[in-house]
Ligand binder design. Structure first.
Ligand code: GCU
Length: 346
């Protein structure tokens, strides 16, 4: 897909309306099946880069049959909208934060727990462990969509317009934007701030107009979404490692002939690998830009007081969703493995 996004935006409503009415995404004028993928990041973001690689990979193998179109920057709507469009088959795939998926299936609550993973190595190993992700990724099939791979979205931390966050007490009375998930709202309540759930695309304006005092996200939000133009303090409290999830419409996926399905599966692996390879450098570059060009100050508070407040949520959520316990325990094994590695110096 190489088109002008502005033109697309105007025509998209009509296209999606037509496909929603027929219950499926459409065929192109050249007879190829158009495969639409939506996400909410800008075109400089690792997610977009990885999806363009997916497009190239699948089209290099099946380009006579499929035309992959990647729509960035919420062109197809907010993440919640896009999940619904994927559910009905109006579009074929979208990237949604694990937080948003919690409102579609309780199982996704697991990866939203604050301080669930004790290191990024344990996070990556857990998300690569299909014994953990498989049942959760399949659990929305009845609802019409399934997860096909996960995407690294780093570590989430608090950032504010003008209040340095050095301890939970500093959050008191501050309106902090969180993603629309009950777990995130509860986490914010426990930490003493006032949770303001809203879609990602609304955050910049809300910060600028002082409707909120801050937000929480990885470093990319400062640069790629411009939040560092307004927020001058970014505080590494490390409260969550929340993956993004690429989800696909089940009817589309199940309708693929075996050999085509395999190509798509290989493409999903490409998304995961390319995005992860891009991520580390992208975060480094974002930090440098935020510090040197946007004047953001990075703070490194003691994370223990934040963690002590949030840790009770693990027990509460496991009591609420006992089916998640085996997966939670399997994550603890990965946590242990990496702690031992660190202690043993390997
Ligand atoms: C990250 C994440 C997105 C999510 C956003 C948010 O950028 O990658 O999927 O939408 O956070 O906070 O809403």
């Amino acid at each position: 897909m190489r088109k002008l996004y502005g033109v697309l935006f105007l025509s998209l409503g009509t296209v999606l309306m037509a496909s929603a009415l027929t219950g499926c995404a459409g065929g192109g004028s050249d007879g190829r099946r158009i495969v639409r993928i939506g996400h909410n990041q800008a075109t400089d973001h690792p997610t977009h880069v990885a999806l363009l690689e997916f497009e190239s990979y699948v089209e290099s193998k099946l380009g006579d049959k499929y035309d992959i179109e990647v729509y960035p920057s919420e062109l197809l709507g907010s993440q919640t909208d896009m999940v619904q469009l994927t559910q009905t088959g109006a579009i074929d795939f979208c990237v949604a934060s694990n937080s948003i998926l919690e409102t579609f299936s309780d199982n996704y609550t697991l990866f939203n727990m604050p301080y669930l993973f004790t290191s990024s190595e344990a996070y990556h190993d857990s998300m690569d462990d299909e014994a953990i992700t498989g049942p959760i990724f399949d659990s929305t099939k009845k609802a019409g969509f399934e997860a096909v791979t996960w995407i690294d979205a780093g570590t989430r931390n608090f950032y504010t317009v003008s209040t340095p966050i050095q301890s939970p007490a500093d959050l008191k009375g501050l309106k902090i934007r969180v993603q629309q998930s009950p777990t995130n709202v509860e986490m914010m309540r426990l930490l003493g701030g006032s949770a303001t759930p809203m879609g990602f695309g609304e955050v910049y304006t809300a910060l600028q107009s002082k409707i909120i005092d801050g937000a929480e996200n990885n470093e990319m939000a400062l640069t790629s979404n411009g939040h560092g133009d307004v927020c001058k303090y970014y505080s590494y409290d490390m409260h969550q490692m929340i993956p993004d999830i690429l989800i696909g419409n089940c009817a589309f996926l199940d309708g693929l002939p075996q050999e085509e399905r395999e190509v798509f599966e290989e493409g999903f692996a490409v998304v995961n690998q390319v995005e992860r390879a891009e991520w580390t450098n992208a975060v480094e570059a974002a930090k440098e830009k935020a510090e040197n060009e946007q004047g953001v100050q990075f703070l490194y508070p003691d994370t223990a007081p934040f963690q002590e407040i949030c840790v009770s949520m693990h027990q509460t959520l496991l009591e609420q969703y006992p089916d998640l316990k085996p997966f939670y325990d399997a994550i603890q094994v990965h946590n242990q493995e990496h702690m031992q590695n660190t202690e043993g110096g390997t």
